[in-house]
Design a protein around this ligand. Structure first.
Ligand SMILES: *Cc1c(COP(=O)(O)O)cnc(C)c1O
Length: 398
């Protein structure tokens, strides 16, 4: 065994990272250890819904840290009761289980559906998910995902996931058998490049699942918590799923996730589900502070407005440079570049002090803080425009 000689070498090399070390964040800006400032349109992967280190979250964490970090998941604590109550009041769900990551919440959703199948549907266990979907990096959630790159990995997969085609209700219907217990999807496929399920498709899914007695599971880990201009994306379609998962934005930057279910679907018995840090008061205190902020009607209206502004600015960039469509809703948008130049743009923007994300070789994704300002949107768009003007889109092709 060799000991790491450079601090970089002590971390498992699981992804390509720039060498900069980030030391501070405030709102839409991040600073690295050379004091370079970056305008951040990634925000920890749509996590920092109120921006970097928002005072409301920092204060809640500091106050709770001095009061009580964690009693035990087998005891009640104030912040988890408060957050569960607030989520239930503001959604169509009746009960909440808290987890530490989105994948863990989705594992819980999968287990809950299988439990429901064993109790009410003669042991049905199959869940219909979607090509292009992403549900996390545990074995079951990788198996539920429809990500091509996952297919050869870590075989054998967890059985029981069949993949349908987004916005194609016949493809879902054709997969239903006596073994089917649920349909699970992201209302906007985030990781695969911001592909939106239409409201009509979501309504068709609700009708189909009801007709067959199946549970409808929404993975709102990326779309929930105000990201699309409503507190939860399902509200756009005017339907109510049976189960929903939340992650990313729910903690405003700290690890927190949630599994929500209607009374009918919430069928775990003692021993079925748990977790050492489930509902720990320190993370739930952050969640309470976040939800208080984003559930305000004026806050959500502002997300919808700034989302429309970002969309129209991106459309102008696209028109000027002969690029493709702008997709998505609220402040979860993608720009189709029509050419595999996304990584080159991300790298040049990084040099210029703007953080962007390329979920696919030919698409950029924009997931700024939900309180991003018009001026910050202008600054990002100017940078993107300058990169495209200087290089010419075609010349960026690697
Ligand atoms: C990020 C994400 C996950 C996984 O969440 P983790 O916290 O990384 O485990 C699952 N589903 C969707 C839709 C996501 O965007």
């Amino acid at each position: 065994m060799t000991n790491a000689t450079h601090p970089y070498d002590a971390l498992m090399d699981i992804t390509a990272r720039p060498k900069a070390v980030f030391v501070r964040g405030a709102g839409s800006y991040l600073w690295d250890d050379s004091r370079k400032r970056y305008l951040d349109f990634v925000q920890g992967w749509a996590v920092n819904c109120l921006g970097h280190s928002p005072p409301a979250v920092a204060d809640a964490l500091a106050a709770q840290a001095r009061r009580l970090l964690t009693p035990s998941p087998a005891f009640y604590n104030g912040p988890s009761l408060q957050l569960a109550q607030a989520l239930v009041e503001k959604s169509c769900f009746d009960q909440v289980f808290f987890a530490n990551s989105g994948a863990e919440a989705n594992e819980g959703a999968i287990k809950l559906a299988r439990k429901y199948g064993s109790l009410h549907k003669g042991g049905a266990f199959e869940i219909i998910t979607f090509a292009g979907g992403f549900h996390g990096r545990t074995l079951a959630t990788m198996s539920a995902s429809g990500k091509k790159a996952f297919e050869p990995l870590f075989e054998p997969k967890v059985a029981g996931f069949k993949k349908a085609v987004l916005n194609d209700i016949a493809s879902v219907e054709s997969l239903i058998t006596d073994n089917t217990v649920a349909v699970m999807l992201e209302p906007i496929q985030g990781e695969s490049g911001v592909w939106q399920a239409t409201d009509q498709f979501l309504q068709q899914l609700r009708a189909l699942t009801e007709a067959h007695g199946l549970l409808l599971i929404f993975d709102e880990i990326q779309t929930g918590m105000g990201r699309t201009g409503k507190l939860f994306h399902y509200e756009h379609a005017g339907i109510a799923p049976d189960i929903m998962t939340l992650g990313k934005g729910i903690g405003g930057g700290v690890p927190l996730a949630a599994l929500l279910a209607t009374e009918k679907a919430a069928c775990f018995e003692h021993g079925d589900q748990g977790g050492t840090f489930s509902g720990n008061p320190i993370m739930c205190a952050a969640g309470v502070a976040v939800l208080e902020e984003i559930a305000k009607p004026e806050f959500l209206r502002n997300v919808a407005d700034t989302g429309l502004l970002l969309e129209s600015e991106l459309q102008k960039v696209s028109a000027r440079h002969g690029l493709g469509e702008v997709r998505g809703r609220g402040l979860l948008l993608a720009l189709d570049l029509k050419l595999p130049i996304a990584q080159a743009i991300v790298a040049q923007a990084f040099e210029a002090g703007v953080l962007l994300n390329a979920p696919q070789p030919d698409a950029l994704r924009f997931m700024p803080a939900l309180n991003v300002t018009r001026a910050e949107i202008g600054e990002m768009v100017d940078c993107l425009d300058a990169i495209l003007t200087k290089a010419g889109a075609a010349r960026l092709v690697a």
